[in-house]
Design a protein around this ligand. Structure first.
Ligand code: RB5
Length: 150
């Protein structure tokens, strides 16, 4: 499995913890930056990681900014991306099981390193569930393609 990881300056200090944690689990990491604490713009890294996922250069993506919110909003603008900002393991697990998230986001100003690792674990352990969830995600995809539902 390969995971693309990206962050802005706010997520920079937390990124190595996550990269190392993934590597400990024998997961290959594609590090898309940022590579310094210099102020930068989270959409740049959201787009890189999102494109890695839709172009299948990575299986999944993880994004870190101050809150996880801006960077997940930006990633969700790339068609085919389902990104969720999660601050707890339960949300992370359910985002994968019910919403088939292909990008997990969190905020370095919201969660500490140990909680971040628990969130990553819960997300990676969860299995996307089919059935009604597939149906709902198919509706989401139709919105993405500009259709008006019902
Ligand atoms: C940067 O200060 C901060 O706004 C950014 O990391 C993120 O939290 C935005 O959603």
């Amino acid at each position: 499995m390969k995971i693309a990881v990206g962050c802005d300056h706010a997520g920079f200090d937390l990124k190595p913890t996550i990269v190392d944690y993934l590597k400990e689990k024998q997961i290959e990491v594609l590090d898309e930056g940022t590579f310094s604490r210099e102020s930068t713009d989270y959409p740049l890294y959201a787009q890189k990681v999102a494109q890695d996922v839709v172009e299948k250069k990575a299986d999944l993506g993880i994004l870190i900014c101050g809150t996880g919110i801006g960077i997940s909003i930006a990633a969700n603008k790339v068609p085919g991306i389902r990104a969720a900002a999660c601050s707890d393991p339960y949300s992370a697990q359910m985002s994968r099981a019910h919403n088939h998230t292909n990008i997990l986001a969190f905020g370095s100003r919201v969660v500490g390193p140990e909680l971040a690792k628990m969130i990553v674990d819960a997300w990676l352990r969860a299995k996307p569930q089919g059935g009604r969830h597939e149906r709902r995600l198919a509706l989401v995809a139709r919105i993405e393609h500009g259709e008006t539902l019902g």
